[in-house]
Design a protein around this ligand. Sequence first.
Ligand code: SAH
Length: 343
Amino acid sequence: MNELIRKLQTDRDLSDRELATVLQTGDSDDALFAAADAVRQSVYGKAVFVRGLIEFTNYCKNDCYYCGIRRGCKSVQRYRLDRQAILDCCETGYALGYRTFVLQGGEDPYFTDARVCDLVQAVRARFPDCAITLSIGEKPKDSYRAYFESGANRYLLRHETANDAHYAKLHPASLSAENRKRCLWDLKEIGYQVGSGFMVGSPFQTTENLVEDLRFLQRLDPDMIGIGPFIPAPNTPFADKPGGTLALTLRLVAVLRLLFPHALLPATTALGTIHPQGRELGLHAGANVVMPNLSPVDVREKYALYAGQICTGEEAAECRACLEIRVRAAGYEVVTDRGDVRR
Ligand code: SAH
């Protein structure tokens, strides 16, 4: 293992087999995390970037088998925030020092291109010094271009799994890995800073699938890579499937840091949900971004992608204070600039 970690630190030229070995070996995790932390410190120092997350609609036309806000999940109380409510969230975030707003939602047909553009223009006009990140799923290229021209800079779209057959086990036939990847290439071509990623331990996932995910990411070369454990959501087809583990998620964070020294890697809410110190452990394994919730408290519980989601009860300011304490206690520093990628 030491030899493989050394390779990951130097030319990063590992075979598929060697990558699989790293992912399957647990007894060298401390050395792996230390190597990842050293690489992250060499590029980003102790900085941890903050993105204010605004979950502005939980309506979704898709029926992804794992997702708690899938269309078929009838128990979900649906909501959408209007433009003013979204701007108010940004205002709160701005006062707390956030310079990146992530507008995330289900694929909600109410938010036509015209409405998305109008929203982005309003945020852009009010917060000219901030980055605007959209995370609203798969769209035609022209739509992505229109949002970009309205002032959006970044787009988060996890590829979920790079393997077609595995993708088909997680989604209905109306959705395909091919189209999801097409979206990512379109976004890059238009000029967005792109974030992709996948769930760790999603049903039917194999180590070979994970290696394919790493290879796909190497081709795409995104600015941000978000991963988190799969966590079963009630009233979904995968409600009784086992969740992804902390150990494998942390190992993947570390491998991603070593393979992508410059990437922005969030210590995700899902990681914090499966372990009380999950996000801090994520930082120690190479993560350098946290995404505190800016959504109004009364809608947080309704945006339940999975069971037991943390941070649903706190006001934005409390979230901010809590994260500051956690990040500092872990030995890092919260930075309140836009947190652009350093290439
Ligand atoms: N509609 C947007 C946002 C999806 S929600 C889009 O299509 O990109 C953001 C991410 O949450 C998803 O990409 C998925 O990777 C993750 N997610 C969804 N359900 C989950 C679950 N049960 N456990 C863990 N992560 C989940």
